[in-house]
Design a binder for this molecule. Structure first.
Ligand code: A3P
Length: 295
């Protein structure tokens, strides 16, 4: 049944000093020229920080907790991925052209590369951040199974690529620092994956208020339930089973892989962890972003 052409794994190229998979770099100029509507909502993250989780929560909040509505289409069709451009799928921009505002738009672009229109039109922006080591582990497993993405290579070298900002969407350190420093000035709702895990209801209520929505308690409880790891793992509209094996080969690793805090402890040796932490302190010394479960 699989007549899909094989799409080769992308390579990393630099755009304005930021590492991007080459198929994303190709779409960069068109994506930069995109102007959102002021009513559009933007969800931003470094890859593997819990983007899909926030997307599903936002979608349910916007549809009053109605599961039917959140199951109307896959998460990639509901929320176009701005810079996504793979020849055999509609690109993010193609999808956006077909949709009327208010839209929800996903991007992984670092602050300096997002379209100027985001700021000009004062769109609401939700940023989700996850501690570096768990993000790295999640990214590693994702790249093993994402056949269109650059090869992760061996684990040891992968850690160094992450530390040097050589993975797609560049340096995790610069990404989170960029948005953290601008969050107040630009009215960005800055969320942490670890806070979501600790108390999803509290964080869902924060998102709701940011969106100027006021839903009854039972609807919020329903959204909490619908967006547990277990329920999202089984939901074909969010678990990426809608992508063929030639795009995501989930027999290698699931998109909804573990959904835990601290899985890095099962991957880093004590030496790797010490080296990573020392470098982390240097790179993050000028900011105090309250990441938990980092060390
Ligand atoms: P793991 O690989 O650690 O399991 P993104 O959506 O930004 O690509 O992030 C994917 C990561 O978020 C994966 O992490 C995935 O399992 C996790 N995730 C997705 N939905 C989740 C949920 N409802 N609860 C906890 N983690 C979730």
């Amino acid at each position: 049944t699989n007549n899909q052409p094989v799409i080769p794994r992308s390579l990393i190229v630099k755009v304005q000093g930021v590492s991007l998979p080459d198929h994303i770099a190709k779409a960069f100029e068109a994506a930069s020229a995109f102007t959102p509507d002021p009513s559009d909502l933007i969800i931003i993250s470094y890859p593997k920080s819990g983007t899909t989780w926030i997307q599903e929560i936002v979608d349910l909040l916007l549809h009053n907790g109605d599961d039917g509505s959140s199951k109307r289409a896959s998460i990639v069709k509901r929320h176009p991925f701005l810079e996504y451009c793979i020849c055999y799928e509609p690109s993010g921009l193609d999808l956006l052209k077909e949709m009327d505002p208010p839209r929800v738009i996903k991007t992984h672009m670092p602050l300096q590369l997002v379209p100027a229109g985001f700021w000009e039109n004062k769109c609401k922006i939700i940023y989700i951040a996850r501690n570096a080591k768990d993000t790295l582990v999640s990214y590693y497993h994702f790249l093993r199974m994402s056949k269109i993405s650059p090869e992760p290579g061996p684990w040891e070298g992968f850690i160094h690529k992450f530390m040097r900002g050589e993975l797609g969407w560049g340096s995790w350190y610069d990404h989170v620092k960029g948005y953290w420093e601008e969050r107040e000035k630009r009215n960005i709702l800055f969320l942490f994956y670890e806070d979501m895990k600790e108390n999803p209801r509290r964080e869902i209520e924060r998102i709701m208020k940011y969106l100027d929505l006021y839903l009854p308690d039972d609807v919020i409880s329903h959204i909490v339930e619908m967006t547990t790891f277990k329920n999202m793992e089984e939901n074909p509209m969010v678990n990426y089973s809608f992508f063929g094996k030639e795009i995501f080969d989930q027999t290698i690793s699931k998109f909804m892989r573990k959904g835990e805090i601290g899985d890095w402890k099962n991957h880093f040796t004590p030496e790797q962890s010490a080296e990573f932490d020392e470098d982390y302190q240097k790179k993050m010394k000028n900011v105090n972003i309250p990441f938990r479960a980092q060390f």
